[in-house]
Design a protein around this ligand. Structure first.
Ligand code: HEM
Length: 505
């Protein structure tokens, strides 16, 4: 596709397939379709979506990695139509034409996200309902206050590590770590799982050559956790899934723990970074927050509209020959939901500058019965984490001009690579003072105490967190032609300690 062809008027007609239609392309790039993997998409994904919208309308043909054709749904109403009619748009990836025809390479970076697994992400109907009920009810068992205490405690811990420096990179030193640290508590793991799981889950979602190996590492870890919680349950999501009336098998439990971790981490990291950037750079936001016209949750909602953590998601396959947004879709075609594009659809937001005032009807969490079940946890991590950070470091400001901030895009996400800031180092007692009476260790809820006890990591014990010196953790042999590249590295002492902890549970 030439640059100029992007600006051609919409080519679709109901009677004729557009050039390069996935239903007719049969893989390869015969018509110069836009690639969602590649420099153009990485450089400016929103620009690409708008060019696609201008050329094709609300549903556009694109190419995935390996030049496998798919559709991207760009229109707000069309996304609602797709997620709202599971009888036409299934979640079962096994019906994808290119899987059925054996055209998806075994080492495709798409596989960790779309290879069928026995989890609600890939199921329809009753079976999906059974699993989703277990997920919803287990995630809802945490009370808000308990989660916020974890968030506050870990935010203080992270700030303690850099506060004395008077400068930090809030992407690297804060946003990349907070969600996974909180999630390890919710799942019932020791804190020390956090760093390695952060690395592995980011790598997996990015679709790199080590994605498959990273996925294997996560699976290994969660299988062991499930076995241990079956033997000795605690107050955590793993144990609640195991005991739920939906009667999940161990395999179903660890598979859903994986879904939770992957779904929660990258998304919430991105939300934290984008919200921090807006708080630090947007003068309207500064003024509104200071003047009380806008709350931090309002800013979070604004970011969920303008920079949704997942710009595009895979996950719908046409169950029948059908039509959406003026395009003819054939049974077996894959559809991606362009959540970022949907949020900017001129059909529902003709003037993007109109303030949204906390409006929650964006698509950042998708919509309908399939909507994200962890959205309140994600929102809580973003607004409590940033609120606590700003309380600790009230004069926080960007240390580089805004134009020097860099973004990185994958096929699903776009995120800031760094967020350098400076501030006045707080007095040494600032942490205790700002934690407040409700945030003392004594009030930390049970799961935290359970895991700390279980690891035997009291002062003087072999520290799990002494990590960075070793080889990769042992991972299961990757299937078929999976890449030989190493999984994210971890230190042997960390891995050994983790295995020892799991054996003891
Ligand atoms: C704030 C950041 C988050 C965003 C933007 C986000 C967004 C999404 C989106 C777009 C989906 C796909 C829905 C669909 O296929 O239609 C999803 C699914 C999911 N999310 Fe989130 N999410 C976030 C945080 C979380 C957290 C913190 C958790 C867990 C505690 C979580 C758990 C899940 C799960 C389990 C699914 C799969 C649901 C299903 O297939 O039925 N998410 N999320």
């Amino acid at each position: 596709m030439t640059a100029s062809s992007f600006h051609q008027p919409r080519t679709t007609s109901a009677s004729e397939p557009p050039p390069g239609c996935p239903a007719h392309a049969r893989s390869g790039n015969p018509d110069g379709l836009a690639r969602l993997f590649g420099p153009e998409a990485a450089e400016d994904p929103m620009g690409l979506y708008e060019r696609l919208r201008a050329r094709h309308g609300p549903v556009a043909p694109v190419l995935l990695d390996g030049d496998l054709p798919a559709w991207i749904v760009l229109g707000y109403r069309e996304i609602l139509e797709v997620v709202g009619t599971p009888s036409r748009f299934s979640r079962d990836s096994r019906i994808w034409r290119w899987f059925r025809e054996g055209k998806v390479p075994q080492n495709s970076p798409l596989l960790p996200m779309i290879a069928w697994q026995p989890v609600c992400l890939f199921l329809d109907g009753e079976e999906r309902h059974r699993l989703r009920l277990a997920l919803n009810e287990s995630l809802e068992r945490f009370n808000r206050r308990g989660i916020r205490r974890h968030i506050t405690r870990f935010t203080h811990q992270l700030v303690d590590d850099f506060a004395a420096r008077g400068e930090a990179d809030l992407a690297d030193d804060f946003a990349e770590h907070l969600p996974m640290l909180v999630m390890t508590q919710l799942l019932g793991m020791p804190d020390a799982y956090g760093p390695q799981l952060v690395e592995a889950s980011r790598d997996m979602v990015a679709g790199t050559e080590t994605s498959v190996a990273s996925n294997d590492f996560i699976v290994d870890t969660l299988q062991q956790l499930t076995r241990r919680k079956r033997e000795k349950p605690g107050d955590d999501v793993t144990s609640w899934l195991l005991e739920h009336s939906s009667k999940l098998t161990d395999e179903e439990v660890w598979n859903h723990l994986r879904v939770i971790l992957i779904a929660a981490n990258e998304t919430t990291v991105n939300l934290l970074k984008s919200t921090l950037r807006m708080v630090l750079t947007d003068p309207r936001c500064h003024a509104s927050l200071a003047g009380g016209q806008m709350t931090l949750p309002d800013v979070v909602e604004q970011v969920l509209w303008s920079e949704p953590p997942l710009m595009t998601i895979p996950g719908r396959w046409a169950a029948v020959d059908t039509e959406v947004g003026g395009q003819k879709i054939e049974a077996g075609d894959m559809l991606l939901l362009g959540l970022g594009a949907g949020n900017h659809d001129p059909a529902i937001r003709p003037d993007l500058s109109v303030p949204l005032h906390g409006n929650r009807s964006h698509l950042a969490f998708s919509s309908g019965p399939q909507e994200c079940p962890g959205q309140d946890i994600g929102r809580a991590i973003a607004d409590t984490g940033i609120d606590t950070l700003l309380t600790r470091l009230p004069d926080l400001q960007l240390s580089v001009p805004e134009e020097e901030l860099h973004w990185q895009s994958g096929w699903m996400t776009r995120h800031l690579t760094s967020l350098p800031v400076k501030f006045t180092p707080p007095r040494s007692d600032a942490s205790a003072a700002s934690a407040g009476p409700g945030d003392t260790d004594a009030e930390v809820p049970r799961p935290l105490q359970d895991t700390a006890d279980a690891t035997g990591l009291d002062a003087g014990n072999e520290p799990l967190v002494q990590a960075p010196s070793v080889q990769a953790p042992s991972v299961r042999a990757p299937s078929a032609s999976a890449p030989t590249a190493a999984v994210p590295t971890a230190r042997a002492s960390w891995w050994d300690s983790l295995k020892a902890w799991l054996r003891r549970r």
